[in-house]
Every structure is written in structure tokens, then in C-alpha cells.
Design a protein around this ligand. Structure first.
Ligand code: SF4
Length: 257
């Protein structure tokens, strides 16, 4: 391993403590895409069973592409933000039809972060996907830029950064004094200025009573019993229809085909 500022320590810590997550056992682009889309707005522990069921049912982009969107949305139910599932389905169709594009961001639902994650975690390129956790760790521990660990260590370094941001260098309660593997040499902790070095976070909008919750309830009812009366929540029903996540049949909301 290279002797770069804090990098060795992070790599050793990841090797010792990094959890054995199912998407860490593959370098398949489609599997990495599925995991990254699921992880975009859902916590790791919640994603694991969804990911395992999903990959058992649709292990390739081709198989997902052939599935009805209604089945895909039903399988997604519980993860939230169902537009992600629709985009994943569209991406699978594009991959099955024309292959992976050179510019991964041309795929529906794939932004700069997810494109970088596929390049790093499937293709083995020495890039670090920067999500909110990695951005926070970088700002605090490596404000002048992340060390270059070289291609052989890039996968573990990227995964380790994510684990560190999720479990140790957290937004509200960073564990600088207990268990941070890169505490020596951390400029934010040395200066007693961790809060000041922290980038502003995104504020989560309230879920209780939100349109997101109302839409989720209707999609849950469709997944459970195949249809739900539009009159249960006409506004939420119309927004699902407008987004292509459900269809109307007389007075009912049905799965899309
Ligand atoms: Fe984050 Fe504190 Fe560790 Fe620095 S010492 S990387 S601020 S947890």
C-alpha cells in the first residue's frame, strides 16, 4: 500500500472493519448501477434485502428490461422515491437495446455521482465518487484534495471513505476521539474546527403528511392488491399518473404495464 497522508490508515481500517455488503462482491456494471441507485436516498441496512431480492429476480439489465414496469415498481415499494425505479428500468432498456453508452450520464437517472461510482466500483478506474459523506470527509480530513492511492487501491479507498463518512465522520456526531482511523493529521480535528470545516448539509423535507408519503401509500396499495380507488387520494393519484408511475382505469389506479 502506498504511504500517503492518511490513506494507509483508511485502507487498513476498511480491510479490518468494512462490512461485507452484497454489492461489494461484484464488479458487474449492472449490479453496481442497481446498488448505487438504491443507495441514493436509502440507508445501507434497508437496501441490502431489496438489493438481494432484486438481483435474484433480475440479475441482468436484459432481464430487467423485459419486466413490466408495474412489477418493477412493486418490487421497489418500500425503498421510496419510485422515480428511481422507473429510471433504472429505462436505463436497463437502453443498455439492453444499444449497450452501455460511452458517456454513462446519458442513461436515465445516472448523474455524475452514479457514473463515477460505476467507473470506480465496476470498471476499477482510479476515480472517487463524491457523495455527501465523501464530500464531508474530504472537507474535514483532506481539504487540499484526496490522496492519489493508485488504481489497485482505488476501489477499497472509495468504499472506505464512504464507510468512514457513514459511521465515524458523521455530520452531527463525528467520533474524532474514539475510533477514527485517520485522526492523526486531521486538520479539522487538530484545529478544533470540525463544525466549521463541514459543508452545509441538505435539509431533509418532512415525510409525515408529505406528498411523497401519500404517493407511497397509493403505490403500496397497488403493489398489495393490484388496484386502488382514485378517490382515496385524487391529488396523489393524479401526480402518479402524470409521472408515469400508475395508470387510470375508470375510477381506479392500476399498475403501469
Ligand atoms: Fe472526521 Fe474527526 Fe476523523 Fe477528522 S478526526 S476525519 S473530523 S472523525
Amino acid at each position: 500500500m502506498p504511504a500517503v497522508d492518511g490513506a494507509d490508515e483508511l485502507l487498513r481500517w476498511f480491510e479490518r472493519e468494512g462490512p461485507d455488503l452484497p454489492w461489494r462482491r461484484t464488479r458487474d456494471r449492472y449490479a453496481v448501477l442497481v446498488s448505487e441507485v438504491m443507495l441514493q436516498a436509502t440507508q445501507v441496512a434497508r437496501v441490502v434485502p431489496f438489493y438481494e431480492r432484486w438481483m435474484a429476480r433480475w440479475p441482468t439489465a436484459g432481464l430487467l428490461a423485459r419486466a413490466p414496469l408495474g412489477d418493477v415498481l412493486a418490487a421497489w415499494h418500500g425503498l421510496g422515491y419510485p422515480r428511481r425505479a422507473r429510471n433504472l428500468h429505462l436505463a436497463a432498456r437502453a443498455i439492453a437495446t444499444t449497450g452501455w453508452p460511452d458517456r454513462l450520464q446519458e442513461l436515465p437517472g445516472v448523474g455524475p455521482y452514479t457514473a463515477a461510482a460505476i467507473r470506480a466500483f465496476a470498471d476499477g478506474e482510479p476515480v472517487v465518487p463524491v457523495d455527501v459523506n465523501v464530500a464531508r470527509v474530504t472537507a474535514r480530513r483532506w481539504p487540499d484534495g484526496l490522496p492519489d492511492v493508485g488504481a489497485p487501491c482505488a476501489w477499497a479507498f472509495g468504499q472506505g471513505l464512504m464507510d468512514l463518512g457513514r459511521t465515524v465522520c458523521t455530520a452531527r456526531a463525528p467520533r474524532c476521539a474514539s475510533g477514527c482511523p485517520v485522526r492523526p493529521g486531521c486538520p479539522a480535528a487538530d484545529a478544533g474546527a470540525v463544525a466549521e470545516a463541514t459543508p452545509p448539509g441538505r435539509r431533509q423535507s418532512r415525510y409525515e403528511g408529505s406528498m411523497r408519503q401519500r404517493r407511497g401509500r397509493l403505490l403500496g396499495a397497488i403493489a398489495a392488491s393490484g388496484r386502488v380507488e382514485i378517490a382515496v387520494d385524487p391529488t396523489a393519484a393524479e401526480s402518479l399518473i402524470a409521472d408515469g408511475l400508475a395508470r387510470r382505469a375508470r375510477a381506479y389506479l392500476l399498475p403501469v404495464r
